[in-house]
Design a protein around this ligand. Structure first.
Ligand SMILES: *Cc1c(COP(=O)(O)O)cnc(C)c1O
Ligand code: SF4
Length: 436
């Protein structure tokens, strides 16, 4: 039986003098008592801000709300709060008021790629479905600040129905990613309803949930919730740990329940200045994740959303972190480092370079230790001409008729069945002249 630690006890008692451990572990209690104002934060944590700063801080809250669960606040180390990774992720910063010229409200153009309200359809076979606009804790680095935290924007069943219908009517969608806000802010009954609707669609092969609950409100992962989710396998769950300090006994318990429920677990981390921009912190984080059966999935370069300049690092920092992970630790503990293309091009993976040189039959490579090696390519390789007519090919793919056979993008340039020799930007002047 877990007991309060000192900080939790103190926080709980400041909220209500007779608070018990079962109050603390009740996720509804946590939400009801979430910190929403600077004053509440000061009162609960004992940290005080100068009046001038407080004024500015209140301005930031008008742009993006504050909400910190007592649980997450209990992880802040009061004596060194300014450098504290939990404080920095959850508490307002006056720098949020600085908006740079190259920053955007919707850097990933999610609105432009939205066929119906709530759906972003960017990739051929999968969609992002925004099913909630609220979160237990509002991450100050949130890329969807334009949407998240807007109280008027909790989608109703009718609005969700629009998204469900779009998916129903779009047979190429085989993968639905529920996001938000945090989908697990919805009541159990609504989650049950939504998943039953989505999994009943014949072409939907998998559903995934992106949630930060195991990090900011691990008590949300109740046995009842797990038993609801279990009805809808295959269900993938992706969470968002950014720092090893967030993997507490309570977080581990939430992860254990989810892993025992049989859900494959992934994690996405955002690279954040003064929070986790350090190869040693990242290595510790990924080790703790895999020890709790969570596979590091993506490491995100911080987006160009408004007011995030104080969180952004150069891309070189991410590459340096990848350099320190690849080869140095367990392969499946290494996430893919991605930059989500501004303007909506999707995620672009970036890595250190491992190919040093290349000839017609040899590739020169280097490994993580700096050892340079050569790979001799085969002298004879009969290239298979592929016209994408799988029925007459002697490789046995056994495609069903409905399966897509068109190649796309760079894949098209590499393929045999397509005459394209270049991809040309729409506004290329030289080509426009030719057409004239
Ligand atoms: C990230 C994302 C997805 C899922 O991408 P995966 O690489 O398959 O995880 C889908 N749609 C949108 C709009 C996204 O941003
Ligand atoms: S949990 Fe996700 S959507 Fe919610 S505030 Fe954090 S980053 Fe934004």
């Amino acid at each position: 039986m877990e007991i309060f630690n000192g900080t939790q006890q103190a926080l709980a008692n400041r909220i209500k003098s007779d608070s018990t451990i079962s109050n603390w572990k009740d996720w509804q209690w946590q939400l009801k008592n979430s910190i929403r104002t600077i004053g509440q934060f000061e009162k609960l944590t004992g940290i005080r801000f100068p009046a001038k700063e407080k004024e500015k801080l209140n301005e930031t809250l008008e742009k993006f709300p504050l909400s910190i669960t007592p649980y997450y606040a209990s992880l802040i180390s009061k004596d060194n709060y300014k450098n504290d990774p939990v404080f920095r992720q959850s508490f307002a910063n006056v720098h949020e008021l600085t908006v740079l010229d190259n920053e955007l409200k919707d850097p990933l153009s999610e609105e432009s790629d939205s066929p119906v309200e709530g759906i972003t359809h960017r990739y051929p076979d999968r969609v992002l479905f925004h099913v909630s606009n609220i979160c237990a804790m509002y991450c100050r680095h949130c890329t969807r600040k334009r949407k998240v935290g807007d109280i008027d924007f909790v989608p109703s069943k009718e609005q969700l129905r629009k998204g469900i219908d779009y998916i129903k009517n779009t047979p190429q969608v085989r993968d639905v990613l529920l996001s938000g806000g945090d989908p697990l802010m919805l009541p159990d009954s609504q989650i049950d309803w939504l998943l039953s609707e989505l999994t009943a669609i014949p072409h939907v092969e998998i559903v995934r949930i992106g949630t930060r609950m195991p990090v900011v409100l691990p008590y949300r992962i109740t046995d009842e919730l797990v038993s609801i989710l279990k009805k809808y396998q295959p269900l993938w769950i992706n969470t968002h740990f950014n720092h090893p300090r967030e993997i507490t006994a309570s977080a581990k318990e939430a992860l254990r329940r989810l892993a025992d429920g049989g859900f494959p677990l992934g994690n996405q981390t955002v690279l954040l200045a003064d929070v986790n921009d350090c190869p040693r912190i990242m290595k510790k984080l990924v080790h703790k994740l895999v020890a709790n059966r969570v596979r590091p999935y993506y490491l995100y370069q911080c987006d160009l959303s408004e007011g995030l300049s104080h969180f952004r690092t150069p891309i070189g920092k991410g590459i340096e972190i990848m350099e320190s992970l690849i080869g140095h630790t367990t392969g499946f503990a290494v996430p893919t480092y991605v930059i989500d293309a501004p303007g909506g091009g999707g995620k672009i993976p970036v890595m250190p370079n491992y190919i040093i040189s290349w000839s017609t039959n040899k590739v020169v490579l280097r490994n993580y230790e700096g050892v340079i090696t050569t790979y001799k390519e085969p002298d004879h390789y009969d290239n298979k001409f592929c016209d994408r007519n799988c029925a007459s090919c002697n490789l046995e793919l056994n495609l069903e008729e409905s399966d897509e056979i068109q190649s796309l993008g760079i894949e098209k340039l590499l393929s045999d069945d397509n005459d394209s020799i270049s991809l040309i930007p729409e506004d290329n002047e030289r080509y426009n002249r030719r057409e004239e």
